[in-house]
Design a protein around this ligand. Structure first.
Ligand code: BMA
Length: 817
């Protein structure tokens, strides 16, 4: 269409203060093109980050030409539309400055009509080093604001620049500070109207939803226009009189007996098509969306424990099971949409119903939210502020006001977004600052997150809850933000405070929005970025890649607390993943048993920004860790779980299903190492909807050595089945023998059997990309465990060939022999 000139494609890139010249892509980032063209080695290899800081210290200029016709330059509006520039940039058209940018989360639109001409035009975007800008702003501010630095290269004062905080290094990622036009750039030449945003509100009545839609239309002149809103097969044509500038055009629909949008695990996430089109001056502009009709409430009511914190969706109190999301690569342009879809699909298949977009990353790209809408994943959306106090200068407040307004208008229609959260851990950082700074920081905090952003969100998106910080007790309750009796919490007492993981069962918060434990990525993932001599947890390269203080030693120490020590690199990796999975499982089962006091937990973290030790469930190469499979069991709608007090074992059924269930529980006491059944107990049980209930108790046989015993629990209903295993001595002391595992692989199907009890059986797929439908399970004699391998992408047959070559199976005993 001659009204939009898409400037995506190849541009010239030049290092202004150096000699490098290359051609690169828009949308894109300088690092990405330098790496692809062999000018820069991959920053993720070994310690390359160390020698690559010069890239972000350089000034880079993107330039190209574009053609405009007489007709195009004569249109009433000629606008340069930059969807995302990272970050500090100056833009010139035909050598004339048209604007400056300093916020990567904003969409910038510049009027360039005065600068263009018919024929060939030039455009240049010059990016300035972000660290220098952070420093300049930090030093110019009248007060010395605290700032974080995790790794050796992290620059000071990242809180002064509206750039993804994780670009400057985090406790799971390197510092690279990428620069470039990371989202599309285009020119629009128009006489007619342009739809800047399409938002809506919903009013839910029994069997009926009223949808009120608002299109924000920019018009270059005062003129008549036709506006057509369509929702499903309902449509309303309107004739409107647009004034020059921004116009709001509103309409409403009544949807009878609507298909509702339900979160994963509760029903179908039904979507309806909503569109708006404006016809004006012989031009059309249109926006198409998929919306979901649903009501999400954040319920906080005083109760005997303190104050509830739970999400009610379409009237159902929903236990939240989820994960935290960080940027999937520090170079966003090299992360394909497909990879985001893969990770979110894995989360949904693991039983998640919520993903938290963490505040030190990005407002994610459209594909992220569309996928969450489709999968029924609720999104806890942090605004992009994390772990720092922020300046409250007029410029800063103006910039973040524009940013949040833009992002809310962009994202508001997604049914997945459940809540806007002001920031990550800013209240907590301030709470731990000594006086007198603390009081001053609180006043400024209040100015930004309560007086500026909260009213803005109420105005832009009145029906969505706003939560000031994570963790928090709610607006203006500046007591301990991590109070277990109210609000949400971040439970770091295990990883950061060095308690063994059973400690989780001593803490029972209302909602846990972060908790987790680190492990190592798959051996194949680390092999691709290290040399053989690096492959030891205490090597210089592994220490370099670990950004959480003493992280590698913490992993090793906690393995040794629970397991016999590993003897090889592969078994170190395996045990780190077994330990991580057990830690998280212990916490999740406790917090699910604690329903309704606790109404949700979000594991830190689903994904990785680079290949390194971290808290992730899926590593940077897309290989699932054992944790992902453990979550599938621990997050299942029906869960059987047990706790032991002395010789007595209490069995619980936890159900996240609204309807009551009839279940059948089988407890098999097995002897170790043989795994043979020595006693079977059975009972029938009624399980109320949305509940956690003790359903059975039994005693351990007297005078049995606890190291020689385990209990297998099986809870079955007509359609559901949950299985769990309980041990009565630390894993490291259990009487285990070589289980004598045997397996047969036929195409994508693996059948496993075992002579003795085999614990944490892990099938490694080598180079084959994909995942088993289960992994990391216990296997007892007499069972035939059938696993199916699903390649990613799903139709990739070559993965099945790779599987044959790379298959390796570990279990706890053989890994620690
Ligand atoms: C949480 C997050 C991140 C961090 C993680 C692990 O508090 O908010 O800041 O990466 O802990 O330390």
């Amino acid at each position: 269409m001659d009204r939009i000139i898409d400037l995506s494609g190849i541009w010239d890139i030049r290092q202004v203060n150096g000699k490098i010249r290359l051609q690169g892509r828009v949308p894109g980032l300088v690092h990405h093109d330098l790496v692809e063209q062999g000018i820069l080695p991959d920053p993720y290899l070994r310690m390359n980050e160390k020698d690559q800081q010069w890239v972000a210290e350089s000034v880079w200029e993107y330039s190209r030409t574009f053609e405009l016709s007489d007709v195009q330059v004569q249109r009433r509006a000629v606008t340069l539309d930059c969807e995302g520039l990272d970050t500090v940039a100056e833009i010139a058209v035909n050598g004339k400055p048209v604007g400056k940018t300093d916020n990567m989360f904003l969409r910038y639109r510049f009027d360039i009509k005065p600068f263009v001409r018919p024929g060939t035009n030039t455009i240049s975007i010059r990016f300035h080093p972000p660290a220098a800008e952070m420093l300049r702003r930090g030093q110019a501010y009248p007060i010395d604001l605290p700032h974080l630095r995790f790794g050796p290269f992290d620059p000071p004062h990242r809180n002064f620049l509206r750039k993804c905080h994780a670009h400057a290094g985090w406790d799971w990622g390197p510092c690279l500070l990428p620069q470039g036009p990371y989202r599309p750039v285009r020119i629009e030449c128009r006489d007619g109207g342009r739809i800047l945003s399409l938002t809506h509100r919903q009013e839910h009545h029994p069997n009926r939803v009223v949808v009120r839609v608002t299109a924000r239309i920019e018009s270059p002149a005062t003129q008549y226009a036709q506006v057509l809103f369509t929702l499903g097969n309902l449509s309303n044509p309107l004739t409107v009189h647009l004034k020059q500038g921004e116009n709001l055009v509103e309409d409403s629909f009544e949807v009878l007996h609507p298909g509702l949008w339900w979160p994963n695990g509760l029903g179908e996430p039904f979507l309806h098509e909503l569109s708006a089109a404006v016809l004006c001056a012989g031009e059309t502009d249109a926006v198409h969306q998929h919306i979901g009709l649903r009501k999400v409430e954040l319920v906080q009511e005083d109760d005997r424990h303190g104050r509830s914190f739970l999400f009610r969706v379409n009237g159902v109190p929903l236990y939240i099971k989820g994960v935290n999301w960080i940027p999937g690569d520090i170079l966003d342009s090299r992360l394909p949409d497909d990879r985001i879809v893969q990770d979110l699909t894995a989360a949904a298949e693991a039983g998640c119903n919520m993903v938290r977009v963490w505040g030190g990353g990005l407002y994610e790209r459209d594909a992220f939210y569309r996928t969450c809408d489709r999968l029924g994943l609720l999104v806890w959306q942090d605004l992009m502020f994390a772990c720092h106090p922020y300046p409250v200068s007029p410029d800063f407040l103006a910039s973040v006001t524009k940013e949040v307004r833009h992002q809310v208008r962009r994202l508001q229609h997604h049914p997945s977004i459940a809540l806007w959260c002001g920031n990550n851990e800013v209240e907590q950082v301030i709470a731990s600052t000594p006086e007198p700074s603390r009081s001053r920081l609180l006043v400024e905090y209040d100015q930004l997150f309560i007086q500026t952003l909260e009213p803005l969100l109420r105005q832009e998106d009145p029906d969505r809850p706003y939560w000031p910080s994570s963790p928090s007790n709610g607006p203006r309750t500046y007591t301990d933000p991590n109070d277990p009796d109210r609000g949400d919490t971040h439970i770091w007492d295990v990883w950061h405070k060095d308690n063994p993981y059973p400690h989780y069962t001593t803490i029972t918060p209302r909602f846990v929005s972060e908790f987790g434990f680190q492990s190592l990525p798959a051996a194949e993932t680390l092999a691709a970025c290290t040399e053989p001599e690096d492959r030891n947890l205490s090597s210089a390269v592994l220490d370099f890649r670990q950004r959480s203080p003493n992280g590698n030693a913490t992993i090793l120490k906690h393995i040794a607390l629970h397991f016999r020590t590993p003897s090889t690199w592969e078994t170190t990796i395996y045990l780190s993943q077994v330990h991580q999975a057990e830690a998280v499982r212990t916490a999740v089962e406790h917090w699910r048993r604690s329903r309704p006091r606790t109404m949700g937990c979000l594991v830190w973290q689903l994904n990785d920004i680079w290949p390194a030790p971290s808290w992730s469930a899926i590593d940077h190469a897309g290989r699932p860790k054992l944790l992902l499979h453990t979550l599938r069991h621990a997050f299942a709608n029906l869960l059987v779980t047990a706790v032991r007090n002395d010789e007595k074992v209490s069995v619980f059924a936890v159900s996240d299903i609204p309807e009551p269930l009839h279940g059948h529980l089988t407890v098999r006491l097995r002897s170790l190492p043989s795994g043979k059944t020595i006693q079977t107990l059975e009972t029938k049980t009624d399980i109320p909807g949305l509940s956690s209930r003790r359903i059975f108790e039994f005693r351990l046989p007297e005078e049995t050595d606890p190291r020689t015993l385990c209990a297998e629990l099986l809870l079955e209903t007509d359609t559901l089945r949950s299985r769990n295993t309980l041990f009565f001595a630390p894993y490291k002391h259990l009487a285990l023998d070589d289980p004598g595992l045997s397996w047969e692989l036929d195409d994508d199907t693996l059948v496993l059997t075992s002579h003795h009890a085999a614990l944490f059986v892990h099938v490694n797929t080598g180079q084959a990309r994909g995942s088993w439908d289960d992994n990391g399970f216990h296997l007892f004699p007499g069972e035939r465990r059938r696993l199916t391998f699903r390649p990613w992408p799903r139709d990739d047959r070559s993965a099945l060939r790779a599987l044959k070559k790379g298959l390796a199976i570990l279990d706890l005993r053989t890994a620690t022999a």
